[in-house]
Design a protein around this ligand. Structure first.
Ligand code: DAH
Length: 379
């Protein structure tokens, strides 16, 4: 900034000479006009209206003028700055309009173009249901354990206390891969045959051999039986198995765990009931039913309110359960004096059927997306 000016004449300050101010103004106008886009205009704006632009510096010189000269000089600079800022605003508006017009053309979406008609895939409802059930137990601290689908006969039957001539071994119609006799039953003796596992229970034996108690595992998986595919049977299906082995476990723990599972899956007021049954690998064994989640038992003896889901029984059969037979613990090297356990297992297809009113099992395996689509796109 110049030293105070003794003269009254502002032209004595170089930057405030009218022709200088005019030149600065014209340079600014030319720069705005030359700016071809908003970026270039932003640069020109800083150069010609910013704090260190010639007009801003000239404006500061006014302060050093004697009072009599300030008004005229201020008017001169103020008018020039006014013209410049108006020109800037006009050019800004022009360039924005140009940009908007260009974006409208360049980024236009032709809504009449055919879209990609290949829909995204989703997991099968059997898979998502099986994982949902497993998650109930994972959230309680259980681990997921898996075993092979082509299984040693020993794990599938012997370790689970199915003695060679046990009727249950024939009850389970089994695909034998190796070790069959002409009658179609497994060879007995030292060598173990190989089967497609008929249930997920062999994972119990594998887990007990692999790990030291306490053991808390959930075993989801695919199993096989020699059934023809029809509305209620399929030769390949899914089960989920639970095994808990620890000190001091009782049937009360089993019951509490079952109740928790059905409450987590079907609602807070759900419950289960146990009916005596027989399985070689549990003792005592029970069949487990859950309260019908549709009628809550209110259809029983009430012909005005029939329930399709439970056939007005009030209960839905879910699967088998019981306390792990000490013979199984011994076969797997676990001391039955110290440890006890409970187990249960059930079919996922059945649960999907009653949970979603699926009437024909074939719908689940035929792969028609019209079946799976209503279950949503869970990935
Ligand atoms: N494995 C049996 C079946 O496939 C189901 C079962 C029953 C599993 C009782 C268990 C159990 O763990 O304790 O029919």
């Amino acid at each position: 900034m110049s030293a105070p000016n003794k003269s009254y004449d502002p032209v004595e300050v170089e930057a405030l000479k009218p022709e200088e101010i005019e030149r600065m103004r014209d340079e600014a106008l030319a720069a705005f006009a030359a700016a071809g886009d908003l970026d270039a205009l932003a640069h020109a704006k800083t150069a010609h209206t910013g704090g260190t632009s010639p007009l801003a510096l000239a404006n500061r010189e006014i302060g050093a003028l004697p009072p009599q000269a300030k008004a005229a000089a201020g008017k001169l600079v103020g008018q020039a700055r006014g013209v410049v800022s108006k020109a800037l605003a006009t050019r800004q508006a022009e360039l924005e309009a140009e940009r908007d017009a260009r974006v409208l053309v360049e980024e236009a979406v032709d809504v009449t173009l055919p879209y990609d008609r290949v829909p995204a895939g989703a997991r099968h409802p059997l898979t998502t249901l099986m994982e949902r059930v497993a998650d109930v137990f994972v959230s309680m601290g259980y681990e997921v354990a898996e075993g092979p689908e082509v299984e040693a006969e020993w794990f599938n039957f012997d370790a689970l206390n199915f003695v060679p001539d046990h009727p249950a071994r024939q009850m389970q119609d089994t695909f034998f891969v190796q070790g069959t006799t002409p009658e179609g039953t497994a060879t007995t003796g030292d060598e173990s045959g190989v089967v497609l596992r008929t249930h997920t229970s062999p994972v119990q034996a594998r887990t007990l051999i692999d790990r030291e108690p306490p053991v808390y595992v959930v075993c989801p998986g695919r199993v096989y039986r020699t059934d023809e595919l029809d509305a209620t049977h399929t030769p390949v299906f899914h089960q989920i198995e639970l095994l808990a082995v620890d000190e001091g476990l009782t049937m009360a723990d089993l019951k509490g765990t079952l109740d928790h599972m059905v409450q987590a899956l079907f609602g807070a007021d759900m419950k289960t009931r146990l009916r005596p049954n027989f399985f070689p690998f549990t003792e005592p064994s029970a069949e487990m039913d859950m309260l019908c989640y549709v009628c809550r038992g209110e259809s029983v003896g009430n012909p005005d309110r029939p329930c399709r889901t439970c056939g007005s029984e009030g209960w839905i059969e879910l699967g088998g359960c019981g306390m792990v037979n000490p013979k199984v613990l011994i076969a797997c090297g676990v001391d039955p004096e110290k440890y006890s356990g409970f187990a249960f297992g059930f079919g996922i297809e059945r649960m999907l059927m009653f949970r979603h009113n699926v009437e024909d099992m074939r719908d689940m395996v035929e792969g028609d997306v019209r079946f799976t689509r209503p279950f949503g796109m869970e990935i």
